[in-house]
Design a protein around this ligand. Structure first.
Ligand SMILES: [Zn+2]
Length: 281
């Protein structure tokens, strides 16, 4: 991992919160600067199963507390219900020129939960692979995690195109884009499908000047993957996960709602038309 140089106190606090909240165990963060910061951030944002939502979690520090002296632990409590606690075990110390930080344990464990909507959308076999992928990712085994993720995405690619096609229809995509649907679904090359997924993505989800969110899926099948480290693969994994879960989660629900809404309107219009017809004698 590249060393981050001359981080400010604020930047370090934000980074530490991100590491505690989302980074895998054993992933090393190495930095210089922010010498005065020797305690973890006071607040984290984590999911609380008791509150059933993301809440702020708070840690208490005694005056002069030093978390930056080798292996130690720290507890956070949900501020909303004060009924759930999260413990972190980590290493943090200044060695020669740089400071090194990594987690060695946490309880409850990093979130391996798959959202309800995704669970419903995946077949049992894919769901199992997806959970394996998440577990590997959480132990910083990014290369293996990406391999599992690739299998799941390849297996579900046509379902993904189905949802995206529906969303594209709802958003009035050009007819020539919509027309390629069946042809691409029968296509064998993964990269062609990914490109088409990018074309189908509604324009409001791909702001100009930014990479298409679907493009990250190319990474799963790219030759360049062989040269990447576990850490780099974790980053690729996280991006792919976001895209994948968005399509099977929010987008699937929204397009289904839109479809139901349109159907309802059609039915209403038919009813009204019928009521307007002259009665037959
Ligand atoms: Zn709570």
């Amino acid at each position: 991992m590249a060393i981050e140089h001359f981080v400010t106190n604020d930047a370090l606090n934000i980074k530490m919160a991100t590491i505690l909240q989302t980074w895998p165990l054993y992933r090393l963060f190495e930095y210089t600067g922010a010498e005065q910061v020797a305690t973890l951030p006071k607040y984290l944002s984590l999911f609380c199963d008791n509150c059933a939502k993301n809440t702020f979690w708070e840690a208490h520090f005694y005056s002069g507390e030093n978390n930056k002296d080798g292996f130690t632990s720290k507890q956070y409590k949900c501020r909303n219900c004060a009924n759930r606690q999260c413990s972190y075990y980590f290493y943090w110390k200044k060695e020669q020129q740089t400071c090194r930080f990594f987690k060695v344990g946490q309880y409850p464990e990093l979130e391996e939960q798959v959202s309800k909507t995704l669970e419903q959308a995946l077949k049992l076999e894919d769901l199992k692979m997806y959970k394996n992928a998440l577990r590997l990712r959480n132990f910083n085994l990014g290369i293996a995690a990406v391999a599992y993720m690739r299998r799941v995405v390849e297996n579900r690619m046509n379902d993904m195109l189905e949802i995206l096609h529906e969303a594209a229809r709802v958003h009035n995509a050009p007819a020539e884009v919509l027309a390629r649907h069946e042809e691409v679904k029968n296509e064998r090359r993964f990269s062609v499908k990914v490109d088409y997924a990018g074309d189908l993505l509604p324009t409001n989800l791909r702001p100009e000047g930014h990479p298409n969110p679907m493009a990250v899926l190319h990474e799963l099948a790219s030759d360049g993957l062989h040269a990447k480290s576990d850490e780099e693969c974790v980053d690729i994994f996280d991006e792919c996960r976001q895209t994948f879960e968005y399509v099977f989660g929010k987008m699937r629900i929204e397009t289904e709602e839109a479809k139901t809404f349109v159907k309802g309107m059609v039915r209403l219009a038919e009813k009204r038309a019928k009521a307007g017809e002259p009665k037959q004698k």
